[in-house]
Design a protein around this ligand. Structure first.
Ligand code: CU
Length: 531
């Protein structure tokens, strides 16, 4: 990996932070927010390809009814690790990478507040990922229990389950340290004049996300720790025979799990809120309402968790509460979608690759939001629970929503990060191939789900064959299309044209906040450097 060039030629005290180390030692010891952002983004891509390879195994087995390629136990291990790796290894670290690169520059800070802890946050991740991979080689293999790690099945698993629990602890530590860093940086290191309500929206969404992480990750740590003590130390938290309750696990898990959805979605909203104004040549519409809507979504996300559990035998009053609370989230989400569309309204639109991915996000994330609204209705969800309709729903939010926002952000900021421009024609190819194949993969899963196909099974009745064949073809196509993305990024870094100072025709993200007089972040570079 070559040294990162600052496209503005100021150098950004780039070499101050790694004390003369070069080569691999530079990357291991770096405390520079840009280096660490780069590490996060490459780690995320490696995990994206690893979790993607597991998705290919899943779709290969499901290409035809009957058991052909892998045995059922290995299939279950694939669905478990695909979920864990994509959520904790691919999507979350990608947005932490964006946070590292962008937040200090957007608020005029010299670096992250705790630069050495920042290094630690990152370097925990490869160890956590290794534990997940090593669990496959333990007696009994990786736990085939689903990414939600539901009790009581987890109590019966082999030692791979313990490695997974330890991996979850490490991932949580990394996220919490990263969040403390982001909160402290934003609250303490803003340049004079950069009030909170003047921050670019990406900073706002991450500030709120960081609070969500600090509140939610310890809850997950508690859930897996109780699983660990049930396994090895004679407790019976989740065992009815000892006075416990397996449903307790689901309550604790989803008290983390639903905010986790917004931990992934809010930074994606932040990226989209920067890309759409840039390619509309207009400031973001409704900046303040965006901030309040983001906060409202974050608060509501803590009182809706049992919409994942309508089938456990909850009282009707409980079902009604969680149903109404969940549908309430549609209001602030609707405000956001309205604002993005209003930003484009009468704008001088252009459709380079970042904008294509942003508009793709807008359509397809909204589609995933609508199916979420369908599933929030308790009476409907009881029919659709654990079917492929649910799989289709959350892949529209995650695999399309969050991932497309990630692509939009990479194409948008790559010229700033590397000083070089990517191949626009190939970028558009990447967008169209991804969009077509991902919809072939997941749209048909609504149909197999409505027809009753259950999730997390390696085999199915003949009646579901057609939808599964189509879905698998889409998945293989989407997987191959991501090799094109790797090629585009490598080509840009090695031989891309030199990026212009304002690559996007004067509509550069960081200048286009809601401010009447845009404040370019260059003007904050005279701030004193923290040593
Ligand atoms: Cu939820």
């Amino acid at each position: 990996m070559s040294a990162v060039v600052d496209s503005h030629g100021h150098g950004h005290e780039h070499h101050d932070h790694h004390g003369g180390y070069s080569g691999i030692m530079r990357w291991i010891t770096t405390t520079n927010h840009k280096d660490i952002g780069t590490l996060y983004l490459w780690f995320s891509f490696i995990m994206f390809m690893t979790g993607g390879a597991m998705a290919m195994v899943i779709r290969l087995e499901l290409f035809s009814p009957g058991l052909q390629w892998v045995d059922p136990d290995f299939f279950n291990q694939m669905t478990t690790m695909h979920g864990l790796i994509m959520v904790f290894g691919a999507i979350m670290p990608a947005f932490v990478g964006f946070a590292n690169w962008l937040i200090p520059m957007q608020i005029g800070a010299p670096d992250m507040a705790f630069a050495r802890m920042n290094n630690w946050s990152f370097w925990i991740l490869p160890f956590a990922a290794s534990l997940l991979v090593i669990s496959f080689f333990m007696p009994g293999g990786a736990p085939g229990v689903g990414w939600t790690l539901y009790a009581p099945l987890t109590v019966q698993m082999g030692i791979g389950m313990d490695l997974t629990i330890f991996a979850v602890h490490l991932l949580g530590m990394s996220s919490i340290m990263g969040s403390i860093n982001i909160i402290t940086t934003i609250l303490n290191l803003r340049a004079p004049g950069m009030t909170l309500m003047r921050m670019p929206l990406f900073c706002w969404t991450w500030l709120i996300t960081a609070y969500l992480l600090v509140a939610a990750m310890p809850v997950l740590a508690g859930a897996v720790t109780m699983t660990l003590t049930d396994r090895h130390f004679g407790t019976t938290f989740f065992n009815a025979a000892g006075g416990g309750d397996p449903v307790l696990y689901q309550h604790i898990f989803w008290f983390f799990g639903h905010p986790e959805v917004y931990i992934i979605a809010l930074p994606a909203f932040g990226v989209i809120s920067q890309v759409i104004p840039a390619f509309s040549r207009k400031p973001l519409f409704g900046y303040a309402s965006m901030v309040y809507a983001t906060s409202a979504i974050a608060i509501l996300s803590f009182i809706v968790w049992a919409h994942h559990m309508y089938t456990v035998g909850m009282p009707v009053t409980g079902q009604l509460f969680f149903m109404y609370a969940t549908t309430l989230i549609a209001v602030p989400t609707g405000v956001k979608v309205f604002n993005w569309v209003a930003t484009m309204w009468k704008g001088a639109l252009s459709f380079e690759t970042p904008m294509l991915f942003a508009i793709g996000f807008l359509f397809l994330f909204t589609l995933g939001g609508f199916t979420g609204l369908v599933l929030s209705l308790a009476a409907v969800d009881i029919q659709l629970h654990d079917t492929y309709y649910v799989v289709a729903h959350f892949h529209y939010v995650m695999a399309i929503g969050a991932v497309f926002a990630g692509f939009a952000g990479v194409y948008f900021w790559l010229p700033k990060w590397t000083g070089r421009m990517y191949d626009e024609a190939l970028g558009k190819w990447h967008f169209w191939l991804s969009t077509i194949f991902i919809n072939i993969t997941f749209f048909v899963q609504h149909f197999s789900g409505l027809a009753g196909m259950p999730r997390r099974i390696p085999d199915y009745p003949l009646m579901f064959e057609t939808w599964n064949k189509i879905s698998s073809i889409g998945a293989f196509g989407f997987g191959l299309s991501q090799l094109l993305f790797l090629y585009i990024v490598l080509k840009a870094i090695r031989s891309g044209e030199k990026a212009k100072d304002k690559q996007w025709e004067g509509a550069d993200s960081l200048e286009w906040t809601h401010l009447p007089t845009p404040v370019p972040y260059h003007s904050f570079e005279t701030q004193p450097v923290l040593k």
